[in-house]
Design a binder for this molecule. Structure first.
Ligand code: HEM
Length: 279
């Protein structure tokens, strides 16, 4: 049983046509297993989180609510999330036995996702703190300390986080890569179906190129099943609820901010009252 399905082209060439659909179940099981193992680990084995005692930022006067996500960033997040769910359900429900006319809903949601991501790239590049989501040296040093402590070896506690912990940054990288893959291939695949954008042209690419494109679209798509499960799991974990709430209301309490974040690595001044990046 291979991970791809193959067919013979009119020219007698053996070409991949798409992924084998059992990978949907693999992605679901991997995601659910991760969350069960993580929940058990946190409940029964994880030690209390410890951070290096920070030199208090006495001079910084912080507002009671720390702005975290601008209105534009929140609208982007929820539009993208809605498009992502429509894409996942329209793509995979028919493959597991729920037949309906999915293609139209799928390319419409795909177009919404593509436009929202384009907006996000422009917004993040010119209006937000672009580098806040990429791992830096301090993240790697602290990850190493955390790993040593996890193994029970002596190591000083890590610093508090900047705006985003390393895990969030790595997650963003994984979603970005799979997102780019589904969007780039999905846009090309719109030439295979009828849309409002351009006339259908299934001869745009060779059978082999189309096949590889469907395979990449499918692989990145099933990867997104796992990534979305993990994301939703963290969003609803009790200790993460203040972060999730900030994606709705835009801000988090000063207490939560000081508990987890280093004011020197994520600088918030009194002047920023109510305003987040990009506001
Ligand atoms: C979460 C993101 C996405 C997932 C999970 C996903 C998944 C899938 C899957 C499994 C198929 C069936 C492919 C096959 O039969 O081999 C498909 C088809 C398709 N996808 Fe996506 N996709 C996503 C995003 C997108 C985006 C962003 C676009 C457009 C910009 C798009 C456009 C299309 C089109 C046009 C087809 C139909 C191809 C055809 O029937 O020939 N998809 N998608």
């Amino acid at each position: 049983m291979g991970i791809l399905e193959w067919a013979t082209s009119p020219f007698g060439q053996r070409v991949p046509i798409h992924i084998a659909w059992f990978l949907i179940w693999v992605a679901l099981i991997v995601g659910l297993t991760f969350l069960v193992v993580h929940a058990i680990y946190v409940r029964y084995f994880a030690k209390e989180k410890a951070f290096a005692s920070d030199s208090p930022a006495e001079n910084v006067k912080l507002p009671a609510r720390i702005p975290r996500h601008s209105l534009a960033a929140r609208l982007f997040h929820w539009i993208m999330a809605a498009a992502m769910f429509v894409l996942l359900f329209t793509a995979f429900l028919p493959k597991v036995g729920f037949q309906f006319n999915w293609v139209t809903y799928h390319w419409i949601a795909g177009s919404v996702l593509a436009v929202s991501i384009l907006f996000h790239i422009i917004h993040a590049t010119f209006y937000m703190d672009f580098w806040s989501i990429w791992p830096d040296r301090a993240d790697l040093e602290d990850a190493w300390k955390r790993f040593q402590r996890f193994l029970g070896r002596p190591a000083t506690p890590p610093r508090k986080y900047a705006k985003y912990p390393l895990e969030n940054k790595l997650y963003h990288g994984a979603v970005m890569l799979s997102g780019i893959a589904v969007i780039a291939t999905g846009i090309c695949m719109m030439w295979r179906v009828r849309t409002i954008f351009f006339p259908r042209n299934p001869y745009l690419f060779s059978d082999m190129t189309w096949g590889l494109m469907y395979v990449l679209h499918g692989l990145a798509g099933v990867g997104l099943i796992t990534l979305v499960i993990v994301h939703v799991y963290f969003a609803i974990r009790p200790e993460k609820l203040p972060i999730t709430a900030s994606m709705i209301v835009g801000s988090m309490s000063r207490e939560f901010y000081l508990q987890e974040h280093d004011p020197k690595r994520w600088v918030v001044s009194e002047g920023s009252q109510g305003l987040a990046d990009g506001d």
